[in-house]
Design a protein around this ligand. Structure first.
Ligand code: HEC
Length: 114
C-alpha cells in the first residue's frame, strides 16, 4: 500500500466518520429532550405500572391502570393512596418519596380539571 493510497482513503472516509459522530450526538440530544418532555401523566403511569399493576393484575383485575383509563381512576387513587393510605396494599410494596411526588403532580393536574 503506498502513502498516496492511504491519504486518499483517509480523505474519502473522514466526512463519513464525521457525520457518523454527528448523528450519534444528535440522537443523544434528542433522547435527553424526550426525557424532559415526558408528561406528568406518563411519569405517574410508570409508577402505577410498577407499583400497582403488578399486584392488581392478580388480586384486583378490575383496576388495571393504563394510560387511557388512569385519569378516570384519579379520584379513587387519590383517596386510596393519600387520604386512607390503604394503597399500595400490604407491607411489601412501598412508594418512595419521589414516586409519591410523581403521583401527586399528576393528581393535582388531573383533579383540577374535574
Ligand atoms: C399487594 C397488592 C396491591 C398493591 C401493591 C396495590 N393494590 Fe390497590 N388493591 C388491591 C386489592 C386486593 C384491592 C381490592 C380492595 C381491597 O382488598 O382493599 C385494591 C383496590 C384498589 C382500589 C379500589 C379501592 C376500592 O376499594 O374502591 C384502588 C383505587 C387501588 N387499589 C389503587 C392502588 C394504587 C394506586 C396502587 C399503587 C400505588 C395499588 N392500588 C397497589 C391490591 C393491591
Amino acid at each position: 500500500m503506498n502513502l498516496n493510497y492511504i491519504i486518499f482513503t483517509f480523505l474519502i472516509l473522514s466526512p463519513l466518520v464525521d457525520s457518523y459522530f454527528k448523528t450519534c450526538k444528535g440522537e443523544i440530544k434528542e433522547n435527553l429532550l424526550n426525557q424532559e418532555q415526558t408528561s406528568p401523566q406518563e411519569q405517574a403511569f410508570e409508577v402505577l405500572k410498577i407499583k400497582c399493576n403488578t399486584c392488581h393484575a392478580t388480586k384486583r383485575k378490575t383496576d388495571i391502570f393504563t394510560k387511557a383509563n388512569m385519569d378516570s381512576f384519579a379520584v379513587d387513587i387519590h383517596k386510596q393512596v393519600f387520604v386512607k393510605q390503604k394503597m399500595p396494599k400490604g407491607r411489601k410494596v412501598k412508594l418512595t418519596e419521589e414516586e409519591l411526588e410523581t403521583l401527586e403532580r399528576w393528581l393535582e393536574l388531573t383533579l383540577a380539571k374535574k
